[in-house]
Design a protein around this ligand. Structure first.
Ligand code: PMP
Length: 373
């Protein structure tokens, strides 16, 4: 049982804490306890009805069989036209998470290292660790508005660096990399001949305009998902846009592993893209309101935080806080959040996800503030 984990043992479970807290919150719920779950980026919104109807229609039409390993041509062509690439560059995958694991596997199975700005989304490190890939973290700080230092970046890259992972907008900070800084980062990567894998799953919901890695040309990789923009986390569908050679390797890996994303899920994704403007605008508005509410409540405390450029997350800092202990104690108080240590060496931080109805967010934030006093 997690509650019995001693402080001295916490270091060993540190990186899995995000998943441990999540499991524990579900356990408590199944025991009948009310938990306000501000710990995971799983939108409370239902998947829009038109998307569900499209899947149902496709099922009724018999689209329930094995199909193309790369994904359906119609969906790939639609994505290609959105991103101004060829359909040959598009590979459909079971959620964007698969991209990190499979691309690291394909590019680094014979050795090498990757560079990741910190704080970073937990799964990158877990994938790297499980494949024995060396990770080099480029620390950023709340006091400098999470800005990436390009000189430090340059010094971390060496002959063996195969990938730079960017997450723009970022989970957990909700920061967008400004255009001029992104230009500088791409310049460094191009100079050093390192591919950037850009995770842009929050881009369509961003509150501010943000450039895509594809705007810069070159041999960089875009990773995207239907999970967040369309509240489709459980459908398990995402995509990558990559050079044809890597696309070919990914398709072979698909063939060896999951075969294809269910065709009816791909039809639902196609419908989602048709309705993207309307759906994304509605979601952005909703998360903007929640973010404004969170800013208001959190401002009343001694917490330090940066205003989010994107939906979902806050990553506040409280001086001298042990966020692991805090997270477990708070769980007993009916609120789940994620300690900062799940995103790198950020023990004084914690992450709040605004993926609950407003009333619950307000109550959860108030409980957090109370617990800090
Ligand atoms: N990237 C980031 C930054 C995320 O936060 C998440 C989900 N929490 C994902 C990717 C994974 O999304 P998917 O459901 O597409 O696997």
């Amino acid at each position: 049982m997690l509650r019995s984990v001693k402080a001295t043992e916490l270091k060993e479970v540190v990186r899995e804490m995000l998943y441990e807290i999540s499991q524990r919150a579900m356990e408590l719920e199944s025991e009948g306890k009310k938990i306000i779950k501000l710990n995971v980026g799983d939108p409370d919104q239902p998947t829009p009805k038109e998307i569900i109807d499209a899947a149902f229609e496709a099922m009724k039409q018999g689209k329930t069989k094995y199909s193309f390993y790369a994904g359906e041509k119609t969906l790939r062509e639609k994505l290609a036209s959105i991103h101004n690439v060829s359909a040959e560059n598009v590979v459909i995958i079971p959620g964007s998470k698969w991209a990190f694991f499979s691309i690291m596997y394909l590019l680094l199975k014979n050795g090498g290292n990757i560079v990741i700005p910190a704080p970073y989304w937990t799964a990158y490190e877990l994938a790297a660790k499980s494949l024995g890939v060396e990770t080099r973290f480029l620390r950023t700080e709340i006091d400098s508005n999470w800005k990436i230092d390009t000189e430090k970046l340059r010094s971390l890259i060496d002959q063996k660096t195969r990938l730079l992972i960017l997450n723009n907008p970022n989970n957990p900070t909700s920061k967008v990399i400004e255009k001029s800084l992104l230009e500088e980062i791409v310049e460094v990567a191009n100079d050093k001949k390192v591919a950037i894998m850009s995770d842009e799953v929050y881009r369509d919901l961003s509150f501010v305009r943000t450039k895509s890695i594809l705007d810069f040309g070159g041999n960089h990789i875009l990773v995207n998902s239907f999970s967040k923009t369309f509240a489709m986390t459980g459908w398990r569908i995402g995509y990558v846009i990559v050079g044809e050679e890597l696309a070919g390797k990914m398709v072979k890996l698909n063939q060896m592993t999951f075969t294809n994303i269910p065709v009816f899920v791909q039809e639902a994704a196609l419908k989602a893209l048709e309705l993207k403007q309307k759906i994304a605008a509605g979601m952005r508005k909703l998360y903007r309101r929640r973010a404004d509410l969170a800013c208001k409540v959190l401002s009343k405390t001694g917490l330090k935080f940066t205003k989010p450029d994107a939906p979902f997350y806050f990553f506040p800092k409280y001086d001298n806080l042990d966020s692991e202990r805090f997270a477990f104690d708070l769980l007993d108080n009916g609120v789940a959040l994620t300690p900062g240590t799940s995103f790198g060496d950020y023990r004084e931080h914690f992450r709040i996800a605004l993926t609950m109805p407003e009333e619950e967010i307000k109550l959860g934030l108030e409980k957090i503030c109370e617990a800090l006093q």
